[in-house]
Write a protein that binds this ligand. Structure first.
Ligand code: PGA
Length: 264
């Protein structure tokens, strides 16, 4: 168990939602929540991952806020720089657009969109080389959990990226998000105790990899809602949340951020 000094992260993953017209409304509502009851920067880092289409406009919407709200790309090309890669957006192009965070390894990309370990490592390497911070998602399937393999699977997913992350990058440039696949978008959550147990194992695993294991943020994701956020926030090794469905509502997302802010 770690006594954490990590400022929590609450990150909204909008996936292939919503329509661009709704984005501005969301930003206005979220800003209103923050004005009514501010969440200080040092209490909680807040970030949102919209589609590429809204990334820049959302970033601009956030500039009038009384605090920083980061934008996060949902993906990045496995190829660096610029070139003939139709449809792709490289880490350099994101950095050039002042987008400094990217999700890599989400289970939907692993399962539905062909992102294997080699591709994920290429994405992470180029993202880190370009100066981005990576939110790296790991998590076991229901079958793996039922077979008692959850811990081994998750720890292996963490080890998979060791070749492309240098010792000094673990603390500031990698955020880990533990998302059991069976809890994503299903309404089923891991219990706070089960999630804490896995987070503690991940942190233990990180000890073999980096001297900064106590300073790596490990977020929980999988049906996090305003109703259960405080339970996760109370766990010593859970340093925030990656929120899908509930982040589409500005007020729900705000409440989740407020729960984690209350932890500090
Ligand atoms: P969910 O999604 O909160 O809708 O379960 C989490 C995620 O996929 O990041």
């Amino acid at each position: 168990m770690s006594v954490s000094t990590i400022v929590p992260w609450v990150i909204g993953n909008w996936k292939m939602n919503p329509a661009t017209a709704d984005v501005q409304k969301w930003a206005q509502q979220f800003n209103q929540c923050l004005q009514l009851a501010p969440i200080a920067q040092q209490q909680c880092n807040i970030a949102v991952a919209p589609t590429y289409l809204s990334l820049i406009s959302l970033k601009e919407n956030f500039t009038g806020y009384n605090r920083t709200v980061h934008v996060v790309a949902q993906d990045v090309s496995r190829f660096p720089g610029t070139g003939a890669y139709t449809g792709d957006i490289s880490a350099q192009l994101l950095q050039d657009a002042h987008v400094s965070y990217v999700l890599v390894g989400h289970s939907e990309r692993r399962e539905l969109l062909g992102d294997d370990t080699q591709i994920l490592c290429a994405k992470i390497k180029h993202a880190l080389d370009a100066g981005l911070t990576v939110v790296y998602c790991v998590g076991e399937s229901l079958a793996q959990r039922e077979n008692g393999e959850a811990e081994a699977v998750v720890l292996q997913q963490v080890k998979d990226i060791v070749p492309v992350v240098s010792a000094d990058q673990w603390e500031d440039r990698i955020i880990i998000a533990y998302e059991p696949i069976w809890a994503i978008g299903t309404g089923k959550t891991a219990s706070a105790d089960d999630a804490q147990a896995m987070h503690a194992k991940i942190r233990e695993g990180l000890k073999q990899i980096t001297a900064a294991s106590d300073r790596v943020a490990i977020l929980y994701g999988g049906s996090v809602k305003p109703e259960n956020a405080a339970d996760f926030a109370a766990c010593p090794d859970i340093n925030g949340a990656l929120v899908g469905g509930a982040s589409l509502s500005a007020t729900s997302f705000y409440k989740i951020a407020a729960s984690f802010a209350g932890k500090k």
